[in-house]
Write a protein that binds this ligand. Sequence first.
Ligand SMILES: NC(=O)c1ccc[n+]([C@@H]2O[C@H](COP(=O)([O-])OP(=O)(O)OC[C@H]3O[C@@H](n4cnc5c(N)ncnc54)[C@H](OP(=O)(O)O)[C@@H]3O)[C@@H](O)[C@H]2O)c1
Length: 354
Amino acid sequence: MDCQAPSLDFAIIGHQENWQHITALINDIRTPRLEKLPVEKIKSIFSFIPPRDVFKINAKSKTGAEANGVYIETFIDPDMLDAQYIRTNISKVMNAVAFAKKLGAKVVTMGGFTSILLEGNFDSFSPGPSKFTTGNTLTAAFIVKGVEKAITQYGINLQESNILIVGATGDIGMACTNYFKGKTKKMLLCARNKNRLQKFALELIKDNILVNYSIVLDELIPEADIIICVASSTNIQMANCKKNVLICDAGYPKNLETTIDNPAAVHLFHGGMGQVLNGYSINPDYSKSMYHYEAPYISHGCALEAIVLALENKFETYSTGRGNITNDKMEEIYDLSLKHGITVAPFYNTKGLW
Ligand SMILES: NC(=O)c1ccc[n+]([C@@H]2O[C@H](COP(=O)([O-])OP(=O)(O)OC[C@H]3O[C@@H](n4cnc5c(N)ncnc54)[C@H](OP(=O)(O)O)[C@@H]3O)[C@@H](O)[C@H]2O)c1
């Protein structure tokens, strides 16, 4: 038996996005009696640490329900997210998966790059009571609902706008494209693999959707009024954007502000994020050494998907691999999320709240 009876509502498997967070977190986890480790020392040991549950999470619904879970750190090196390290990273994720099963988590979400590494291929896991989800359906729902809210705020007319999806052939990118197709003037689609991009674009063109697609992002940016960036690369360069273009940075890590040529001329927010209105607590409280958010109780859509499913007692493989997110599923998980008081996060970027 490699699994024990479920005892935890949910688990979130994740990884840290930079060494600043990692250094603070590792020094927080070590007992206060021990001297603080410098970043270079931490870099030399970090990727050898096996997965572990770092803190407990308790989330509260506006219905009065509560869900209890844990955050499991994979200890994936943030400088080793490229394809060349895929074997090492997959093995780290699989160790974290085995650990989540051992803890008996009823639903387990795969945060950040961990779901991309496995491409939602949960069928290969040995059967057991724990159900796995990529968390991408609620992430996609928070992105599209966030963009709709932002365009209302800025008085942008969607029907007269060109919307650019960077990472259009990905799981979340396809979901966003399918949500906005037919509602905009033109869809602009970008990804690196030309065949896959062309196949997807031609399907839309067959449905009489006006589409322009390219593997060269620079060719599409000047036409875009709204940009959703959900690529699985960390170094997307953005130049020659229209003035006041609305940008939803929904990738992980969210670092477009460092690669955009004129950040002051655009309206950029960190998308795919939600806020738990009735709050959540984490124990021990390492929140200060992990992510800093501009408002309380914010978290990533992928993490919140597990919390919503747990609050709903819906322990199932909700989001599977690429291309399975439908508009109906996005609406369903978004409605469940609202039922529990979990909404699109207030708009913010590295400069603070809008
Ligand atoms: N905010 C949140 O809560 C949250 C939650 C989950 C995931 N995410 C993030 O969302 C992003 C997408 O996730 P996913 O599951 O949809 O990934 P995915 O299925 O692997 O799709 C990634 C997409 O990005 C494209 N891409 C990669 N590098 C690119 C580049 N340099 N230029 C243009 N396109 C590029 C890929 O196509 P090609 O390979 O053909 O280029 C593909 O279309 C990731 O960064 C992930 O970490 C955020």
